[in-house]
Design a protein around this ligand. Structure first.
Ligand SMILES: [Zn+2]
Ligand SMILES: [Zn+2]
Length: 560
């Protein structure tokens, strides 16, 4: 894995540098002072690239390097230029698309003079990001969702200078942004995820039950090694995920273990030493194997001396994390503990990743009130050195709530985790306008109100939605919400279907508040018509024969 902390510091530096050199298209806020000013990145003089003011471009010429991916990118670019009615001519403004090893992996640069521009990607994926970001920022092609790509009518204005330097803050394994999501991996799309992960509890392999397994005991180590080998011999395994020895603060305090604990400043040190040793013993036979650990209980705080071996990943799942307020909410004890744990590991070692939920665990339709917390969460992860974020939940299917908006915003946050609140809501509004038509402002009001109501709630992705916004709060706002959705539908024009589909979330909540068969049947019929949406994981239908529709939808029976 790459040195994310260095990259992150560099990102801030580069953003300021670019702003100084040229009219920065999307300035990042340098909210913190850049830590040290003597790193080589800061002292290396940048080549002088003269800046020139933006001028209107009316025709283009596109060239590229020889590789398949460069040719693919050039074909894509030409296609979108045609969509915008911009002619390709031999003497047009020259855009060249190239792979350039001097550019950061997964990153890109865009450098221009008066008559030409070069989009250089550090690798296939970097070139793809460079291409689609260029289309969005400079040509006005906006990729909101598979069925919603908007090409602005306005002029194309491009100036000279270093226009963009993108260095990803996270290692991006899967960016759910539409143009990237639809690409093949060879063309710069997401990495195909085919690995299989085996979950083993150290309890089982260390074999002493729900008590204080001694990780300093050589016999226990041998026993664990044999059991892991036995697991690996059963078939192809790409990763082993170790759950902690216990899920509570029970760990061995024998003389040897206590000495390690004292040296490492945390009981997790003993565990890391144990796993490093286990990993080293297995690696010669399984060189591609990864270990994963989930820091819970006495693992919450990172050690201070022994770092996990390179192939050992620290995985934070957000199962127990509250989605309805940011992880930075200092009034919530669970959030404080979680944030401290991420900070402790993120600043101590590499290979820290977070699994972040896009979808409620159980019922997919009701309001999933995390639109107000996502920006601060992702920013926090970037700031404390998390290396990668992996999304769980629905990325590609139409949803009955704001799934498409959530995916779009998260894809923007992955690329720009330090964006300001203003930028975040700017992206949100642009999406809402394109996706929900003229009545979008009423939907924005619904979102704002639900964010406000959810902020003092503590809903995890597994909890009832009423853990975020109470039934009483919904009842008090019922007439307002009905009115907002009515208006949004009335003004939606040719996006009415999209608004109606997003309204399922509110109809679902209302059915929980006032269960009744008539409205239940209407919602079931609507959800099954047009763009179908899932009610639960892989469950696209309500089993009406086995459901009492006079009860709340949480009580119904679902089927595939
Ligand atoms: Zn011990
Ligand atoms: Zn909370």
């Amino acid at each position: 894995m790459r040195m994310m902390k260095r990259i992150f510091a560099l990102l801030l530096t580069v953003a300021m540098l670019v702003c100084a050199l040229a009219a920065c298209n999307k300035p990042k806020e340098p909210e913190q002072t850049t830590p040290d000013t003597t790193t080589p990145e800061n002292t290396t003089p940048e080549p002088e690239i003269p800046t020139t003011p933006p001028k209107k471009i009316t025709s283009f010429r596109v060239t590229c390097g020889n590789s398949a991916v460069e040719n693919f990118a050039a074909t894509e670019l030409k296609w979108y230029l045609k969509e915008k009615n911009l002619p390709l001519t031999d003497d047009g403004y020259h855009i060249s698309l190239v792979l350039d090893e001097s550019v950061t992996e997964d990153g890109y640069t865009i450098v221009a003079d008066e008559n030409s521009l070069v989009i250089a990607g550090g690798n296939n994926r970097g070139l793809a990001y460079g291409l689609y970001d260029f289309l969005e920022k400079y040509i006005g092609v906006h990729f909101y969702a598979p069925d919603t790509v908007v090409v602005d009518k306005g002029d194309v204005m491009i100036g000279g200078g270093v226009l963009e330097v993108f260095e990803p803050a996270f290692e991006i394994l899967r960016n759910p942004w539409q143009p990237i999501e639809k690409l093949a991996e060879k063309d710069g799309g997401n990495t195909a995820q085919t690995g299989s992960t085996k979950v083993i509890s150290l309890n089982t392999i260390a074999g002493t039950g729900y008590t204080t397994t001694c990780l300093s005991d050589a016999k226990i180590f041998e026993q664990a090694l044999q059991k892991v080998r036995a697991q690996l011999s059963t078939g192809k395994v790409d990763a082993i995920r170790f759950s902690p020895v216990t899920d509570v603060d029970l760990y061995c305090t024998c003389e040897k273990c206590a000495a390690v604990h004292a040296e490492e400043g945390a009981p997790s040190g003993n565990y890391i030493r144990f796993l490093n040793k286990l990993y080293a013993a297995i690696l010669p036979d399984y060189p591609d194997l990864k270990f994963e650990i989930t820091p819970r209980a006495y693992m919450a705080k990172a050690p201070t001396v022994t770092k996990p071996a390179d192939g050992i990943l620290i995985r934070f799942d957000t199962d127990k994390c509250h989605i309805s307020h940011p992880v930075t909410d200092t009034t919530c004890p669970e959030a404080v503990a979680f944030a401290e744990s991420i900070q402790s590991w993120g600043t101590f070692c590499d290979n820290v990743y977070v699994e972040y939920a896009l979808t409620a665990y159980k019922d997919f339709l009701p309001v999933f009130a995390n639109l107000g917390s996502m920006r601060e969460d992702i920013r926090f992860f970037a700031e404390c050195g998390v290396d990668s974020i992996q999304f769980t939940g629905n990325i590609v299917c139409p949803t009955g709530e704001f799934g498409e908006l959530r995916v779009y915003l998260l894809s923007r946050l992955l690329q720009d985790p330090l964006m300001s609140e203003e930028e975040y809501y700017g992206y949100m509004d642009a999406f809402l306008k394109a996706f929900y038509g003229e009545g979008w402002k009423f939907i924005r009001q619904f979102i704002d109100k639900t964010i406000e109501l959810a902020a003092d709630g503590h809903q995890t992705k597994k909890d009832s939605p009423f853990a975020a916004i109470t039934e009483e709060e919904y009842l008090a706002n019922e007439a307002t919400f009905d009115g907002l959705w009515n208006k949004a539908e009335a003004f939606a024009g040719d996006r009415a279907e999209f608004v109606k589909r997003a309204r399922y979330q509110w109809r679902y909540i209302k059915l929980c508040l006032h269960p009744n068969e008539k409205d239940a049947k209407a919602l079931i019929a609507d959800a099954a018509g047009g763009q179908r949406v899932a009610w639960r994981d892989k469950q696209w239908n309500v089993d009406t024969a086995r459901s009492n529709l006079n009860l709340a939808p949480t009580e119904w029976v679902y089927k595939s």
